[in-house]
Design a protein around this ligand. Sequence first.
Ligand SMILES: Cc1ncc(COP(=O)(O)O)c(C=O)c1O
Length: 395
Amino acid sequence: MLSASEIFQAHLAQTSPHPLQLEVGNAEGSYIFDKAGKRYYDLISGIAVSNIGHCHPKVVNAVKAQVDQYMHVMAYGEFIQTPQNQLATELTKLLPEDLNSCYFVNSGAEANEGALKLAKRITGRTELIACNRSYHGSTHGALSVSGNEVKKNAFRPLLPDVRFIDFNKEDHLDQITECTAAVIIEPVQGDAGVRIPSVKYLRRLRQRCTDVGAQLIFDEIQTGFGRTGKLFAFEHFDVVPDILTIAKAFGGGMPIGAFISNREHMSLLTHNPMLGHITTFGGHPVNCAAALANLGVIQDERLLDQVEAKGKILASTIEHPSIKEIRRIGLMFAIEFETAEMVQKIVLRCLEEGVITFWFLSCPESFRLAPPINMSDEDLICSGQIIHRIIEECA
Ligand SMILES: Cc1ncc(COP(=O)(O)O)c(C=O)c1O
């Protein structure tokens, strides 16, 4: 008989030569338990997904209640489904006035695909501008605007007419012109290793896009839903995008994404051609019910209020002289060392010691932390102390 690991390797397509292979038994709050019952502190939240912890009872109950009513009934956009209506109502209440029309999709990459297509329709232009070291997803369009050359080269040709600028570099903003359909940018870069731009940069970017008539797309797929201490990272900068994309933590552990714009612009997808973007499962009612409960938890439990204080607690517990830099906003961390080898050792040793950390796609000298935003102070300290001890050991 094959072991679980052998089946995993034989019959599941692999993404890397060295998967972590933690065999999950169950998950609850800030913990994942393996099949043998060993408890792990989850300090990455499935990569910025389980922001309110695993299996929050309110999300679980919402899912169960919706499953009892109905599951998939029709492709997105035809029938009126209460969970979609409720979610769009509550979400748009929390967003700036012009972000009032939500198109629900299945993932982050698809949210960005929709946003890029919409920007082309709004402007009648084709040029897309993105940032070096950005990550926007793995489908052809989203990959085309991602700034990691190594990850892209094997899949060319990708989308034409894509130009890259440096993140947080004001000098590069004049490359955005009357030819530009959209600038797609993470307001805080995630997979580049938590890069936080200046307020001045994002405001100048906003102004430049307005001046030349380009759509500004904020990809908040990783930064959304409290990760940075605000519901959305753009609130730190007081800069509003034309199109917002979300996914990951949106569904409270269920898969759902969205691109959000204003009603008038969004209506361009309904003609010339009709059905300009379609999806069978987008806005799945069970996932919408989960997302609505997730939003309710963040608000009712006032989770945003504690994120910065929790971030400081974790940062101060981990601090160690061999750390080159800690880049942090809220509970989104990059812990940087001199070498990628050091990072490699620490991540694997942490796993052995029951603390889940992870790598970045485009920043090998740092490891990431993104714990649930409601992780208890005690657990942040305990897990932070383990990381500190391992850094000491590996230094
Ligand atoms: C900023 C950002 N955009 C887009 C994506 C792609 O999202 P998904 O994996 O749901 O397609 C990710 C995923 O890591 C992301 O971090």
